[in-house]
Ligand binder design. Structure first.
Ligand SMILES: [Zn+2]
Length: 133
């Protein structure tokens, strides 16, 4: 990954982080405003449901924000673009498409396939224990 591309990605991430912060602030303000109590329980329920959606979005954005922060730290410390698992460089194509990648394609696939196998094993184990009930 050349320096020019890396700084392009860093700029993009900083902008994204600012946008997320702004939208999180808006959501928090909205949640505070909608803290009123309604006489009609259906209105109240609708407000509560929309608050829940907002909170879920906030939670997702928060995790994304953490990922972005971590990626910026990786860029600044020179670890960006290096696979966490095997230490080999992650392809530029992959980093351009998904800058938050911490694994190269091969390691990612290996881990995913291991994870799937484990899932199958758990499902199978679950079936065995159910047959005893
Ligand atoms: Zn790797």
């Amino acid at each position: 990954m050349n320096k020019n591309k890396t700084s392009q990605i860093r700029n993009y991430l900083v902008q994204k982080m600012e946008a997320l912060r702004t939208s999180a602030n808006d959501t928090i303000i909205k949640l505070k405003i909608s803290d009123d109590k309604f006489a009609d329980p259906f209105d109240q329920a609708a407000v509560e449901a929309s608050k829940e959606v907002d909170l879920n979005c906030l939670d997702k954005d928060w995790h994304l924000l953490l990922d972005i922060k971590e990626t910026i730290m990786r860029i600044d410390s020179g670890l960006f673009g290096i696979c966490d698992h095997c230490g080999r460089p992650i392809s530029q194509k992959r980093l351009m498409a998904a800058p938050m990648s911490k694994l190269c394609v091969m390691c990612q696939e290996e881990i995913e396939s291991r994870h799937n196998k484990q899932k199958h094993r758990f499902q199978y184990a679950g079936r065995i224990s159910y047959s005893h009930v």
